[in-house]
Design a protein. Structure first.
Length: 459
């Protein structure tokens, strides 16, 4: 599936035309989220590498354990803040204003990290946490609001929205990683009289620029979105709502059960930002035609796969219609797929005893990562907006990201066991994660029918 012929050549703004047969508002949210994710993944691609780099080389000189722990805590808080962001949108600001305010705070956070100061570093992380909590759940909620209940385009729309996310995520490590790690850019800095050891902060600043572009796109086209209203006033969600019915509660319980399995998924998936980033730096041969490329560039593989595969999945779900697997069965397949990715790291880790390994191992690992991702993440976003009672949809979207946050923290904990010169430790790390995922996939597959009955309960 391709974007329609009216798609802009420069991925900055949008127009009033629909995106591949979807509501026109999807285009606005597509591009706004694309640039927001550029900012997030650009910073994330270099975060752990910056923390473990010696102070003399411009980094923070943290140990692997400390860097992985902070990475896990930061990414956990980024998604955990979505619970508060969903509540604020539901009760006070509304989704549109929450997205706008969140983007401004995120930009301030990235530019704070552009300063060479530990205080500004932590301040920047805190601002990004707060801003993402406001923006992330509410822009996804706005995507769901574009579709009426029962619209078969919903899962397809979220898959396309997910492709926009990953266009930004492909560009981010290439730009921010090159600025942070490239010897070419360091040489240019030195020639201009700047300290080349501070190249990391240029990468962080580039992430901030990306967020500003996203804000410009959203602000320009905000009025045409269903939930975009005039500034000021209190959202309708602030009006007291009746309690949930029994059937609504059953759907909430079904969603919550699937949330538990997403924790497993993200604990494995987020290895790429922590332990697998270090794996790429220390254990992978990063030479292409005699030219060494930054370790962070391999972070572009997974979003590139998403761009290639998201249209395939979007067309698949539309083609299958009512015959497509239920959300719970898609989740089980997703756990199995990423379990295969972790299993591939077992022989790859064993081969590191003989020296650096081919990057093709990570190329294969990230492929199965993405197959799992497309069976879990966009499907989960769609499920939350489809099944959640309207009066708490923002809260439930926040709960989805809360489950994601716990998976991110667990990923940081697991990454603390990374030891570059110990293949046995690596085999235990990735093999243990693989077993956890495979067991989870089997359990979920066996429970899928009951979960589906709860999810489809109606008043």
């Amino acid at each position: 599936m391709q974007l329609d012929a009216t798609a802009p050549r420069v991925l900055v703004g949008d127009d009033a035309q629909p995106l591949a047969g979807h509501p026109s508002g999807l285009r606005t949210l597509f591009f706004a989220e694309m640039w927001e994710r550029f900012s997030y993944y650009g910073m994330r691609a270099i975060l752990v590498l910056f923390m473990v780099t010696p102070v003399a080389q411009g980094g923070l000189g943290f140990s692997t354990v400390d860097a992985a722990s902070l990475y896990g805590t930061y990414t956990m808080l980024v998604y955990m803040a979505s619970v508060g962001g969903g509540l604020i949108a539901d009760r006070f600001l509304g989704a549109s204003r929450s997205v706008l305010l969140g983007g401004i705070v995120i930009a301030c956070g990235h530019f704070s990290m552009a300063a060479h100061s530990l205080t500004f570093f932590y301040t920047g992380l805190g601002l990004i946490v707060i801003g993402t909590g406001l923006l992330k759940p509410n822009i996804s909620t706005m995507v769901g609001s574009l579709y009426t209940p029962g619209d078969p385009r919903r899962d397809s729309g979220f898959s396309l929205f997910y492709m926009g996310i990953n266009i930004g995520a492909v560009m981010a490590p290439l730009v921010c990683g090159w600025l942070a790690e490239s010897s070419t850019f360091k040489g240019w800095l030195a020639a201009q009289g700047f300290n080349p050891a501070y190249s990391w902060h240029w990468g962080f600043a580039a992430a901030g620029v990306g967020m500003l572009v996203g804000l410009a796109v959203f602000a320009r086209h905000r009025a045409r979105l269903p939930s975009a209203g005039p500034m000021g006033g209190i959202s309708e969600a602030a009006v007291p709502q009746p309690p949930l019915t029994r059937h609504e509660m059953m759907r909430v319980v079904a969603i919550t059960i699937l949330f538990a399995f997403t924790i497993m998924f993200w604990s494995a998936y987020e290895q790429k930002g922590a332990s697998l980033n270090l794996f790429a730096r220390d254990l992978v041969e990063r030479s292409l035609f005699g030219w060494n490329f930054p370790a962070s560039w391999l972070q572009s593989l997974t979003p590139l796969y998403v761009i290639l595969l998201a249209p395939v999945f979007a067309r698949l779900w539309i083609g299958m219609g009512d015959r497509q697997p239920t959300s719970s069965r898609k989740f089980a397949l997703g756990l199995f797929a990423i379990g295969i990715a972790m299993l591939l790291l077992v022989p790859a880790s064993a081969l590191t005893a003989q020296g650096k390994i081919s990057p093709m191992w990570l190329v294969a690992v990230y492929f199965f990562d993405v197959v799992g991702e497309l069976l879990v993440s966009p499907v989960g976003l769609s499920m939350v907006t489809r099944l959640s009672p309207a009066k708490i949809v923002g809260l439930m979207m926040g709960a989805w990201f809360f489950a994601t946050s716990l998976g991110n923290k667990l990923a940081g904990y697991f990454s603390g066991f990374f030891v570059a010169n110990d293949p046995g430790a690596l085999i235990r790390l990735y093999g243990g994660i693989a077993v956890m995922l495979m067991v989870g996939a089997v359990v979920l597959a066996l429970a899928a029918s009951k979960i589906d009955r709860m999810a489809e309960a109606s008043d």
